[in-house]
Design a protein around this ligand. Structure first.
Ligand code: HGA
Length: 607
C-alpha cells in the first residue's frame, strides 16, 4: 500500500526521502516519486516500478532542496504509470496521499468547471487541484489546506509542500495513518515510525481528523474542527538499523526461519513460567462476564481469527462469530452491548479491520486488538492490546506474524477458559505445556524441510490445488491455499474436508493435488474418510500428518510429509509452517517475486 514521507531539515532532503521510502517498500508498491523545493520552486522525479528506478532518475537528475515529500504508490485509481505516480500538484502545491478520496469525481467536475486542469487519472489529484484553486484565489497555504480538507470524503493521509514556502509541510490524517517525527533541527512525517526510525525515535501520532503544520522548529496540531490540540511525543522502540535478509534469499525465507524464536517470544510474553498459566495484560473489562465474542480481520489474520473462533468456542465455551472485516460492518450485525470485539492485524492499520473496530466500538463492545505494531492505530483505539512479538515482517505474505497471532489467540483462549471455569487446572496445564513445546517442534520442521522442497517441485506443475482440513485445521487449509495463490499464482482452494463432497469433489482428477492437513486427533478419522472419497476418484492425496496419522493413510497417500506429533490443540500453529514453506518453495521454483508478489500490498490501508 502507499507509503508517504516528508522531510524538512538543513541538508538535502531527497536522499533521506529515498531511504524512508525504502523502509516503506515492504508495504508493496508499483511506482514511486519525490518532490522538493529548489529555490522555492517545486521539482519532482517519479518512476514506474521499483525504487531502484526512482533512484536512477534521481542519480541522472539530482533534486537538491532541504524540504520535500516522497511516495510509494499502490494504485487504486488510475494505472500504475509514471504519470499517475505521486507527488501530484501544480506549480503552487504538490502532495502525496495514502487512501481513497471517495468524492473525487464530484470534486473533479467542480474543479474543472473552475478552470483547474488535471494531468492524471488519480483521485489524489483532486486534492492537489482543490488546494491549488484556493491558493489561486489568494488563500495562505494553511487556509487553503484546511479549507480543502473539509471537502474531502474517504480516507487519507496527506503531506503537502508549497512553492515559495521552504519552511512548511502540512500533513493530515483521516482513516490512514500518519506519524510526525521530531529530530533536532529537522522534522519528519511518514506513514509509520519504521520509515522514520533512522532519523528519529521521537514520534507523535495524529488522530483521525487531525492535521499538522510542520516547520523546522516543530509541529502544531489541529483537530477536525480546527482547534489546536496537543499530541504526545512518544519514544518508539523501533530500530533504525537497516532491515536486511541476512544469509537468506528472500525476506519470506528469513521470516519462516524466525518461527521458533517468534513463537517462543510471543508465548513467553503471555505465559507465566512459574504458574505455567496464560496471563493477560490488565483489562478494563471483566473477562468472566463476556457474553460472546465477534472476531474480525482480513486475509491470513482472518484465518488466524477463525482458528481463534474454534478455540474460544470449544475450549472457553464462549459463543463466537467471525467474519472478514470488509463484509462485517456492511452486514450491520446487531451486537448486544458488552460483548468482546476481537480484531487481528499484523500492521494494526488494515483499513477494513479498523473500520470493523470502529463499528464494534460504536456498538459498545469491549475491544481487544491482536497486533504486531504496538504504536498502530488499532492498538491505540483498542481497550486491550495483545501484542504479537514477531518483529518487522517485510515479506508481503504473512508467515511469522500469522503463527504469532495464533499463539496470542491460544493464550487468550486459555486465560478466558480459566476465567469462565471451563478448564480444570490439570487440563489447563496440559494445554499450556503443549503450547510451550511448539517452538521446539517448529525448529524440527525447519530443520527437515527437504521433503517439502521435493513436494514443491510437483506442486509447481499443478494448475489447481485443493487444501483440506477439519476443525481448527480447516483455517490452515484456507491459509495454505491463500499462500499458494498469493506468491506462486497457482489457483488453490481451501475446503472443510467434509464439505468437499458437496461440490469441489467434481474437480478431482489425477492432475489436481489434494493436500490434507490431517494431524492425529478427534477429527482424524473423519478427515481420513474424506480423503478416501477423493482417492477413490483418482485424486492425488498429499498428506501432512504425524507418524501415527501418516501410517494410517499410507494406503492412499501419494506423498506424505511427516510432522512432529503434538497435542491437537496446537496443531494449527505447527501445521501453518509446512503450508507456508510449501508455498515459498513453489514460488521460488516458479521464479515469482516472492517478497512482493504482483498486485499485492503488505499493509492494506485502503478499503
Ligand atoms: N488513491 C491513490 C492512493 C492509493 C493508495 O493509498 N494505495 O495504498 C492512488 O491511486 O494513487
Amino acid at each position: 500500500m502507499c507509503g508517504i514521507v516528508g522531510v524538512i531539515g538543513s541538508g538535502a532532503a531527497a536522499p533521506l526521502l529515498l531511504e524512508a521510502l525504502q523502509r516503506l517498500a515492504y508495504r508493496g508498491y508499483d511506482s514511486a516519486g519525490i518532490a522538493t523545493l529548489v529555490e522555492g520552486v517545486i521539482q519532482r522525479r517519479r518512476a514506474e516500478g521499483k525504487l531502484a528506478n526512482l533512484a536512477a532518475a534521481l542519480a541522472a537528475s539530482p533534486l537538491p532542496g532541504s524540504v520535500g515529500i516522497g511516495h510509494t504508490r499502490w494504485a487504486t485509481h488510475g494505472a500504475p504509470t509514471e504519470a499517475n505516480a505521486h507527488p501530484h500538484g501544480t506549480e503552487r502545491v504538490v502532495l502525496v496521499h495514502n487512501g481513497i478520496i471517495e468524492n473525487h469525481a464530484e470534486l473533479r467536475a467542480e474543479l474543472e468547471a473552475e478552470g483547474q486542469v488535471f494531468e492524471t487519472e488519480t483521485d489524489t489529484e483532486t486534492v492537489a487541484q482543490l488546494v491549488d484553486l484556493h491558493l489561486r484565489q489568494g488563500m495562505t497555504p494553511i487556509a487553503a489546506a484546511s479549507a480543502s480538507l473539509r471537502r474531502l470524503q474517504g480516507a487519507y493521509a496527506l503531506a503537502m509542500i508549497f512553492a515559495g514556502h521552504p519552511d512548511l509541510i502540512i500533513a493530515a490524517q483521516h482513516g490512514a495513518p500518519l506519524a510526525v517525527g521530531f529530530g533536532t533541527a529537522e522534522m519528519y512525517v511518514g506513514s509509520d515510525a519504521l520509515a522514520l526510525a533512522p532519523f528519529t525515535r521521537r514520534i507523535a501520532y495524529l488522530r483521525d481528523g487531525d492535521w499538522t503544520v510542520v516547520t523546522r522548529e516543530g509541529a502544531l496540531f489541529f483537530d477536525a474542527a480546527g482547534e489546536a490540540v496537543v499530541r504526545e511525543v512518544k519514544l518508539t522502540a523501533l530500530s533504525g538499523a537497516a532491515i536486511g535478509k541476512g544469509e537468506f534469499r528472500h525476506f519470506m525465507e528469513k521470516e519462516l526461519h524466525e518461527h521458533p524464536a517468534v513463537i517462543g517470544d510471543t508465548l513467553h510474553q503471555m505465559i507465566d513460567p512459574g504458574t505455567r498459566q496464560a496471563v493477560l495484560p490488565k483489562l478494563p473489562f471483566d473477562l468472566a462476564a463476556l457474553p460472546r465474542a465477534v472476531v474480525s480481520a482480513c486475509g491470513s489474520a482472518f484465518y488466524a481469527g477463525l482458528v481463534g473462533r474454534y478455540w474460544l468456542e470449544s475450549i472457553a465455551r464462549l459463543p463466537t462469530e467471525a467474519d472478514v472485516a470488509s463484509e462485517f460492518r456492511y452486514r450491520a450485525p446487531p451486537l448486544a452491548p458488552g460483548g468482546l470485539g476481537l480484531l487481528v492485524s499484523q500492521s494494526g492499520e488494515t483499513a477494513d479491520t479498523l473500520a470493523a473496530l470502529r463499528y464494534m466500538k460504536a456498538a459498545q463492545q469491549h475491544i481487544a486488538a491482536v497486533v504486531n505494531v504496538p504504536e498502530s492505530s488499532m492498538a491505540r483505539d483498542a481497550d486491550a492490546v495483545f501484542e504479537t512479538v514477531a518483529g518487522p515482517e517485510i515479506g508481503v505474505a504473512s508467515t511469522k506474524a500469522f503463527t504469532a497471532q495464533l499463539c496470542v489467540l491460544a493464550c487468550f483462549t486459555l486465560a478466558l477458559a480459566r476465567a469462565r471455569g471451563t478448564l480444570d487446572r490439570q487440563q489447563e496445564q496440559a494445554l499450556t505445556t503443549a503450547l510451550l513445546e511448539v517452538p521446539g517442534r517448529a525448529a524440527e520442521i525447519l530443520d527437515t524441510h527437504e521433503s517439502i522442497q521435493r513436494l514443491a517441485a510437483r506442486i509447481a506443475e499443478a494448475r489447481d490445488v485443493l487444501y483440506l482440513g477439519r476443525g481448527a485445521c480447516y483455517p490452515i487449509a484456507l491459509e495454505g491455499a491463500l499462500k499458494l495463490k498469493e506468491i506462486s499464482y497457482i489457483h488453490a482452494e481451501g475446503y472443510a474436508a467434509g464439505e468437499m463432497k458437496h461440490g469441489p469433489i467434481a474437480l478431482i482428477d489425477k492432475s489436481v493435488p489434494v493436500i490434507a492437513i490431517a494431524p492425529s486427533g478427534p477429527l482424524f478419522e473423519k478427515t481420513a474418510s474424506n480423503l478416501q472419497e477423493a482417492a477413490a476418484r483418482g485424486g492425488q492425496i498429499i498428506v501432512l500428518s504425524d507418524s501415527v496419522g501418516a501410517a494410517k493413510l499410507k494406503g492412499i497417500a501419494s506423498e506424505t510429509i511427516v510432522l512432529p506429533g503434538v497435542d491437537p490443540f496446537v496443531a494449527p500453529i505447527l501445521y501453518a509452517i509446512p503450508v507456508q514453506l510449501l508455498a515459498y518453495h513453489v514460488a521460488v521454483l516458479k521464479g515469482t517475486d516472492v517478497d512482493q508478489p504482483r498486485n499485492l500490498a503488505k499493509s492494506v490501508t485502503v478499503e
